[in-house]
Write a protein that binds this ligand. Structure first.
Ligand SMILES: NC(=O)C1=CN([C@@H]2O[C@H](COP(=O)(O)OP(=O)(O)OC[C@H]3O[C@@H](n4cnc5c(N)ncnc54)[C@H](O)[C@@H]3O)[C@@H](O)[C@H]2O)[C@@H](O)CC1
Ligand SMILES: [K+]
Length: 499
């Protein structure tokens, strides 16, 4: 996680509380000051979005989330905004800092409307601020909070959620009962994992990080967001190649009768990432197809003319080929699930002491393997989709939060790099770190895109020698190509064209 700027860290509610408490008790900045900073940053943002004189309604609970809302209300009232504040649980039981902020608000001369939910009279507001519940949410949202949420979600004016949209679980991104549908979420101190998991992506709107004064040493994130800016800054400059084999060769072991498309997509994807040294290993019976489709790419046939899928008897030959030049292996796309192919794949995985990217049908073969120990000196990247992840580790994955936890846990336990495809896509590393995409990646689950992604990951693995960077670039570039294709072709999908 050393390479990641802190603004890309993703934290849980507990980690947010931890940073808060440590900053207050050990570092010496009190909670009231932190609340003032949070509110100031949020007020600046809201002000930048709206004309002065706008009328906002601020929904407040009784915890510190409401305190943030009261700071914002106070600051905006001084800038010509009209303010209505609606308390969901009255004002008799406010947290100490929130109560203090209510006191400050009442000292102002401005005409600020303060009322309880029972007296709330829906009228035309220009914007809504959600200061009901933040990281303190601990169960399904109760009335009257749920009633307020129902009303908020029918309004067409901008909704600014403070820290977390009320009802969204900050860790899992699951909606507890009901949740505020935010246009903007102003997240304090650190981004939350829940914005990018499960319903979080569709509930949080645009996420804005409002930095607080938490010292970096207290930041212990659950994961980090993958972003091109820091990924590029963290990449070593690729070694200048004199010869096309200098960076090593990517050997692709793919394809079977009826599934040659997967091998073609993967090989073209590697090629288009600018990697010249690609060798496609194929059963001899399929060579003709590849000769027509992959003119630029070197093919090495194994077995006999009537072999149209890999068999155990090809293992020796394949091991000899991949030992010819230094490089890495991509195994899986379109291999098929014949018993003989499964045994072939397992034997390669058991015997090859090098770097292997395991995808698609090779993941299936791996999941059927009794002893899954990696050979000494080998490094593995696995790229399962959610179904393959379940089969591989024989565990239920009910939602994205499970997927994040399982990906982290298994990557660390098995000392592998796990790129778990889905929305979001999650990368788990052998050191126990996790990274996830904060953008639309559902496209990778469409037929063909998995092969394109595997090709890209393989190419970048060779280029940078880092399995993590390989996964990040695969996800960034694969997505960029797919998105570009979508725009140009108004949504129709044909992966063969996007590589
Ligand atoms: N120093 C601090 O503590 C800071 C806190 N900050 C803010 O404080 C928030 C956390 O404050 P709190 O821990 O007080 O928690 P919240 O303000 O999120 O809410 C806690 C209150 O909500 C009630 N509650 C929990 N679940 C409920 C449900 N399902 N239905 C109805 N009521 C429910 C609890 O009984 C409790 O009274 C953060 O999200 C952030 O907005 C920021 O101001 C930064 C500084
Ligand atoms: K909130």
């Amino acid at each position: 996680m050393d390479l990641v700027p802190h603004s890309y860290y993703l934290c849980s509610a507990e980690q947010s509380r931890f940073m808060d408490e440590k900053t207050i008790s050990e570092f010496g900045i009190d909670g009231f000051t932190l609340m003032e900073i949070a509110g100031t940053r949020a007020a600046d943002f809201i002000q930048s979005q709206l004309p002065s004189g706008s009328h906002g309604v601020f929904f407040c609970g009784k915890g510190n989330n409401a305190g943030d809302a009261l700071v914002i209300a106070r600051l905006l009232s001084q800038q010509g905004f009209k303010i209505t504040i609606c308390f969901l649980s009255g004002t008799g039981d406010l947290s100490p800092d929130t109560l203090e902020n209510l006191g400050l608000l009442q000292k102002l001369d401005e005409d600020i409307e303060l009322l309880d939910w029972e007296d709330f009279n829906p009228s035309a507001f220009d914007f809504i601020v959600d200061g009901m519940l933040g990281t303190g949410l601990n169960s399904d949202v109760r009335a009257p909070y749920s009633d307020a949420i129902s009303w908020i979600n029918t309004q067409e004016v901008p909704v600014f959620a403070l820290d977390v949209p009320t009802g969204l679980h900050a860790d899992s991104g699951l909606i507890l009962g009901t949740a505020v549908q935010a246009d903007f979420t102003l997240s304090f101190g650190a981004l939350k994992t829940g914005f990018y998991l499960n319903q979080g992506f569709d509930t949080s709107g645009e996420v804005i990080l409002c930095e607080l004064s938490f010292p970096n040493k207290f930041k212990k994130p659950t994961a980090a967001l993958i972003d091109r800016s820091w990924v590029e800054a963290a990449s070593p400059s690729p070694k200048r190649q004199k010869h096309k084999y200098d960076g090593g060769v990517l050997y692709i072991i793919a394809g079977s009768e009826g599934l040659t498309g997967a091998g073609i997509l993967a090989a073209k994807s590697v090629w288009s990432a600018g990697l010249g040294a690609v060798v496609l290993i194929t059963p001899k019976g399929l060579l003709e197809i590849y000769e027509k489709q992959l003119v630029q790419i070197i093919k090495k046939p194994v077995g006999d003319r009537d072999d149209v899928y890999f068999k155990e008897e090809h293992v020796e030959q394949v091991l000899d080929i991949i030992a010819e030049k230094p490089g890495k292996v991509l195994i899986g796309p379109g291999l098929g699930r014949q018993q003989e192919t499964i045994r072939f794949t397992q034997s390669i995985l058991r015997n090859f002491e090098g770097d292997v990217l395991i995808d698609a049908d090779a993941l299936f073969a791996l999941s059927k393997m009794e002893n899954r120990k990696r050979p000494e000196g080998s490094n593995w990247i696995l790229t399962p989709h959610p179904g393959e992840l379940k089969t591989l580790f024989n565990q239920e994955v009910n939602d994205d939060f499970d997927q994040l936890n399982l990906t982290k846990e298994k990557a660390r336990e098995e000392k592998i790099t796990l790129l778990s495809k889905g929305m979001p896509s999650i990368v788990g590393t052998e050191t126990g770190d996790a990274y996830l995409t904060g953008y639309e990646t559902r496209i990778f689950s469409r037929a063909g895109f998995g092969d394109v992604l595997a090709g890209k990951v393989g190419a970048y693995w060779l280029k940078y020698s880092s399995s993590e960077l390989a996964c990040f670039y695969g996800l960034l570039d694969g997505f960029q190509k797919a998105q570009q294709y979508f725009v140009e072709n108004s949504g129709s999908l044909a992966p063969i064209d996007i590589i």
